[in-house]
Design a protein around this ligand. Structure first.
Ligand code: ADP
Length: 299
């Protein structure tokens, strides 16, 4: 199974939201990482056939998805970013209703499949509750439940952990990981931890351009020797924060330890080179250095 995104561009007037994007996806989890406005939702919507690209095409197993039409849409599951699911529907009723719209089978088939997804997403306790009354985490899970009703070969999730607390994030991450077998899962997010541990491959999207695409190790190797820890007097932290991209600051008495990503080794008395992580890469590729990088260090 492979999905080929072939030179896809989306323009709004003269503005290019997505620029000649090409990538081939096979089964596994892909993390589409980039700041707000990078073009992630644009790509997600184009792959889901809810938005037409200005140019370029998408091929599933070598066949144009335009030609496949409904056959392609039947392979898709999409949990979009803004999910104003039917507030007055109960969880169960909503899922059965979506099962009907997706034509996944007879009434009995739909009931059986809803039972399964309710179980997978741990929604048993809220089956009868109205969606409008659910917590943010529960709503997100309902959104994913409807996306997997048809056991999609291509599952697209746009900002799946928006509004979730850390525990719910971890739970959702584990669910996605378990479901990833034998399907293409694309997770669009600006939250590094959503994908750091589960994505086989990571795409970094910046201003509509795919700037890096590879395994986590490949992405990290691109910033090898660019991450440092330095220890400086507390009163010099501002100076360093303006000059360097600072990932983290830990205060300790009169001194502070700064984690920095930089093309060249920072000039500090106490400095060590450290192993990069995805958060470092995010800052390296997406953060523009400016005065607002000043870090507030409270005593
Ligand atoms: P992301 O999901 O990474 O936050 P989007 O794909 O939503 O980014 O948006 C990418 C860019 O395209 C943004 O600058 C956004 O303002 C712009 N954009 C999105 N939809 C439209 C639209 N309908 N008309 C004009 N510009 C749009």
């Amino acid at each position: 199974m492979h999905l080929e995104i072939n030179k896809v561009t989306k323009k709004y007037g003269s503005f290019t939201a997505l620029s000649v994007f090409s990538a081939t996806l096979e089964s596994g989890i892909y993390g589409l990482l980039g700041p707000n406005g990078a073009g992630k939702s644009t790509l997600a919507n184009i792959v889901c056939d809810t938005l037409k690209p200005t140019s370029g095409d998408i091929l599933y197993n070598g066949v144009s998805t335009k030609k496949m039409g409904k056959e392609y849409r039947n392979l898709l599951g999409f949990a979009p970013q803004v999910s104003s699911y039917y507030k007055d529907f109960s969880t169960r009723y909503f899922l059965e209703y979506m099962g009907m719209l997706k034509e996944i089978g007879s009434k009995a088939d739909i009931k059986k499949r809803v039972d399964e997804v309710v179980d997978i997403l741990n929604l048993t306790d809220v089956e009868k509750k109205k969606i409008g009354k659910l917590s943010g985490g529960m709503k997100q899970r309902v959104g994913i439940a409807q996306a997997i009703l048809n056991d999609p070969k291509i599952l697209i999730l746009d900002e799946p952990t928006a509004g979730l607390d850390p525990k719910e994030r971890i739970r959702l991450r584990n669910i996605l990981s378990k479901m990833s077998f034998d399907r293409i899962t694309l997770i669009a997010t600006h939250i590094v931890s959503d994908i750091e541990y589960i994505a086989g491959k990571v795409m970094l999207l910046k201003k509509g351009n795919l700037i890096e695409f590879g395994t986590l190790d490949e992405i990290l190797s691109s910033i090898n020797d660019k991450v440092f820890k330095i220890t400086v007097p507390k009163n010099e932290v501002d100076e360093y924060s303006i000059k360097y991209k600072v990932v983290n600051v830990i205060g300790d008495g009169n001194m502070a330890e700064l984690r920095i990503v930089s093309d060249s080794a920072p000039n500090a008395e106490k400095m060590v080179s450290v192993k990069p992580c995805l958060e470092d890469a995010y800052l390296f590729y997406f953060d523009e250095l400016n005065i607002s990088n000043k870090v507030d260090l409270h005593d």
